[in-house]
Design a protein. Structure first.
Lengths: 468, 381
């Protein structure tokens, strides 16, 4: 794997000009779950219950601009970032603020909305191709579209004062049961190109469009102009933008790279061509507990209630996740789709004991290790549940994480540096290149059941705190 | 199964917070989680988890040890009957060895687990599964006639000094099973070396049952040994209980490698290191051990057993993949070096692994420094 990458690097240095890269990753793991969405759209009446959750934005301290009972339009500001008041968060629909849910220390968890039957939009100024960088940034900030653009390191909303060294868009998602962007963006070549044209002006570097090298990607992506198209092939997490950045244009201390999801590129295009905050979103309802998994057209922040009503959910001891099983957030049965998510996964809760479960052959269990038999049935699909399958232990086994992290980074040593809060070592071992989502598989395969994602998250938070 | 559930349910309240036996909760927990995989569900991070846990991992190692265990028991009977000049059937040999070896296993587990439970209760953490393997490895590295009280002392030494003082499973520097063996080797050398301990009752009856390494160290030519290479492969030779059969060890190695539990990098590089070193000595050939062919070196003594079951301990070995090659290779090199140059310790494997346990973090340090330098170079480029 590495030789290949270095070969690419050397080649590009030789030509002194960036060129599209073909990267093949050998490490990683695809978890085959039952319940992949069929490539059809199911129709369902749009729910009128919406919410915007400040908790979807890491490290955000929201300052509310509305109170219960206020009438808002789609695109009206609901709250802004207390420490950067230009970053605003807008209502996805027009309607009434019905509730403000607070948690410990009065922290705002959710702003709940009831949508009107007819959506009224705030009107924002449209821009054409000739717009300047400042106009684009101002337009994105004012409308509340800006938070869709995030930065690495730290996975936080991009700082409008920065100029990133590159912008990355991963056009495919390798996480379990993730929606297929080739299908979701089918036929939207023009809109996607329009969005990309605006993004290009935000960086002095390159806009990288990374397509799936395992498949024949949609022409939405391959025909895109003005970007560097890279082909990445491999198992999950090959689709993670962090892994792609590591191999294409790695982040060193002080570097900033921006990234966003393909559907959000469309949101930018719609903002500037129609002047409205339109966060229509295609969402895949997936998971082993969904009888007919398929795609739905809805709006970001919508309640999943109607989606579930239109489909049959098997059993009633289930967990509902906004996102995928590795990185998603647990939500209620009538909870709302997260700001960045385009997938809902339903799996069963594993709150049952199992007699001598650690000795039994357990043909229905999935493991990266070969101590179960899943490795003999590589194409078998599993209905995994939320059981821990063991208890937390000290580190004993080594070499496991390395198998599922296709980066030139020593994950276990980095995690230990995070645990002891050794900032120097964290930096040396490559903390800036890692996001919790990139180590989600490490957490999945861990024999000692370590909470790897939160350890990395806390490590990143510590660095952010110490260095700002 | 229901019975167990009811039984556990009825005693559980005593061990929970506020119960009479609250302090003993780790002990209760160990039994409960042994019988039932707990109903804990994920609450943050990944919602699904791999089916493997530490119990399953340790259980795979025990499965891998079974061929050595069964063969070792049989060989105890076989060597004994051979020494006293009686013929016995395979079953008789096995049953004889079984009854001789069983007390060692019982003492090792009983004493070791008692210490483990005591520490878990004292520290209030759950009982780690590491001792399930250590407890079987220790008797397998012992001569069959080792007095049980001596075994018990070495087990306590290994668990307390080898492991718990460093913080328990996962934190130890030295391989606990080898710590036990090394302790006995230096504290009671009469029971652990020489030619009178490797066959049952040899010390009492006075017949000789010297090991191959013993004979070679005493300047016998390897070709004049009383055993041919086939005996060494099969393992019908005197020695510690688990170490004699190369074939049984290799079956264990296959199980460890196939299940991914044991590191093939360490196993392979240990054999390569031993072979390279022994080949160099072959060219020199100053004494009998030096001129013993390299391939014979690898199948005698505890070389293979150590390479497969001791060097691969993930806690005390190197933790980086590159480091594992270096660590294994050096174990092989040192094992042969000690074996050849120090006739007082013909069994160099134990000392070589303990030595490399100490150096494993250093090896990893340099491997990781390489990675760090690569990253710095990239930033400056």
């Amino acid at each position: 794997m590495l030789t290949n990458v270095y070969f690419c690097d050397r080649k590009s240095q030789f030509f002194k000009k960036e060129m599209s890269k073909d990267i093949r990753l050998k490490k990683g793991l695809n978890i085959n779950l039952n319940g992949e969405a069929d490539k059809v759209y199911a129709s369902t009446p749009q729910s009128d219950s919406f919410s915007l959750k400040p908790t979807d934005f890491h490290r955000l301290t929201p300052k509310l601009t509305v109170k219960v009972g206020d009438k808002v339009k789609a695109g009206s500001c609901l709250f802004f970032d207390k420490y950067s008041d230009r970053i605003r968060f807008s209502s996805p629909v027009s309607g009434e603020v019905t509730d403000i849910v607070r948690g410990a220390k009065r922290r705002v968890l959710e702003v709940k909305l009831k949508a009107d039957a007819e959506t009224n939009y705030e009107s924002f100024s449209t821009l054409d191709e000739g717009a300047t960088k400042e106009q684009i940034i101002e337009g994105l900030l004012e409308s509340g579209v800006w938070p869709f653009i995030r930065q690495k390191p730290f996975d936080i909303i991009a700082n409008p004062m920065d100029t990133p060294k590159a912008i990355f868009i991963s056009t495919f998602n390798t996480a379990p049961l993730a929606p297929d962007n080739d299908f979701v963006l089918h036929g939207l070549e023009n809109e996607f190109q329009k969005g990309v044209n605006f993004l290009k002006k935000l960086t002095d570097g390159i806009v990288h469009l990374n397509v799936d090298g395992n498949t024949n990607p949609s022409s939405v992506f391959t025909s895109c102009k003005g970007v560097q198209i890279n082909r990445i092939s491999g198992a999950h997490p090959a689709g993670n933008v962090g892994v792609q950045i590591h191999h294409i244009d790695p982040i060193n201390k002080g570097d900033v790279v921006w990234y966003l999801y393909p559907q959000d590129v469309l949101t930018i295009a719609r903002l500037f061509s129609e002047g409205k905050y339109d966060v229509s979103r295609i969402v895949a309802l997936t998971g082993p507990q969904v009888e007919k998994p398929r795609y739905y057209r809805t709006i970001a922040g919508s309640s999943i209630e109607n989606l579930l009503n239109e489909n049959t959910i098997i059993g009633d001891n289930n967990r509902y996740i906004s996102g995928d099983v590795l990185t998603g957030k647990q939500i209620d049965k009538d909870g709302n789709i997260g700001f960045y998510d385009s997938q809902i996964t339903v799996i069963s809760e594993g709150n049952q004991q199992e007699f001598l479960g650690w000795i039994a052959p357990n043909l229905d269990k999935f493991s990266l290790s070969k101590s179960y038999f899943s490795w003999l049935m590589p194409s078998k699909k599993y209905s995994l549940n939320t059981n821990y399958n063991g208890e937390e232990r000290a580190y004993v086994v080594t070499g496991q994480y390395e198998k599922v992290l296709p980066m030139d980074i020593y994950p276990m040593q980095l995690i230990k540096a995070c645990l002891i809060e050794d900032i120097d070592s964290m930096e040396q071992l490559g903390i800036y290149e890692i996001s919790p989502e990139d180590v989600a598989l490490c957490e999945f395969v861990c024999t000692s059941k370590m909470e790897v994602q939160s350890i990395i998250r806390e490590g990143l938070d510590l660095i952010k705190k110490e260095c700002s | 199964m229901k019975l167990f559930k009811n039984l556990l349910g009825s005693v559980k309240p005593h061990f929970e917070k506020g119960g009479k036996l609250e302090k003993l909760y780790p002990a209760y927990d160990a039994f409960e989680t042994f019988l039932f995989v707990p109903d804990h569900t994920t609450h943050k991070g990944s919602h699904v988890r791999d089916a493997i846990d530490l119990k399953r991992t340790m259980f795979m190692v025990i499965i891998a040890l079974i061929p050595c265990l069964l063969f070792g028991m049989w060989n105890v009977g076989y060597q004994y009957h051979l020494a006293i000049g009686e013929t016995a059937t395979m079953m008789e040999n096995f049953i004889f060895g079984f009854w001789k070896f069983l007390p060692l296993i019982i003492v090792s587990y009983a004493v070791g687990l008692a210490v483990e439970f005591a520490f878990a209760i004292y520290r209030g953490h759950s009982v780690n599964e590491g001792y399930l393997v250590t407890g079987l490895l220790i008797p397998l590295t012992m001569p069959i006639d080792v007095p049980l009280w001596m075994l018990a002392i070495s087990v306590i030494f290994a668990v307390v000094i080898g492991k718990e003082v460093f913080g328990g499973t996962g934190m130890n520097i030295l391989n606990p099973a080898l710590t036990a063996r090394a302790f006995l080797f230096f504290a009671y050398p009469i029971y652990m070396s020489g030619d009178k301990v490797w066959v049952h009752n040899a010390m009492v009856d006075g017949y000789s049952g010297s090991t191959i390494l013993g004979e070679l160290a005493a300047s016998a030519n390897w070709q004049s040994l009383s055993f041919n290479p086939l005996d060494m492969m099969i393992g019908t030779i005197p020695g510690s209980v688990g170490e004699t059969s190369f074939i049984a060890i290799m079956i264990g190695a296959l199980i460890l490698i196939a299940s991914g539990i044991g590191s093939w990098r360490i196993i392979l590089s240990t054999f390569v290191g031993g072979f390279v070193m022994a080949s160099l000595f072959n060219m020199w050939g100053a004494n009998e051990l030096m001129s013993t062919p390299a391939e014979i070196h690898l199948i005698i003594g505890s070389f293979a057993f150590g390479a497969v079951f001791m060097a691969t301990d993930p806690v005390t070995g190197s933790q980086t993949n590159k480091g594992k090659y270096i660590y294994g290779f050096l174990i092989g090199v040192f094992a042969i070096l000690i074996r050849v140059f120090n006739p007082a310790y013909p069994e160099g494997m134990m000392l070589a692994i303990l030595l490399m346990n100490i150096f494993a973090p250093l090896v990893d340090h340099y491997v990781i420094q390489g990675n760090i330098k690569r990253r710095l170079k990239r930033a400056n480029a």
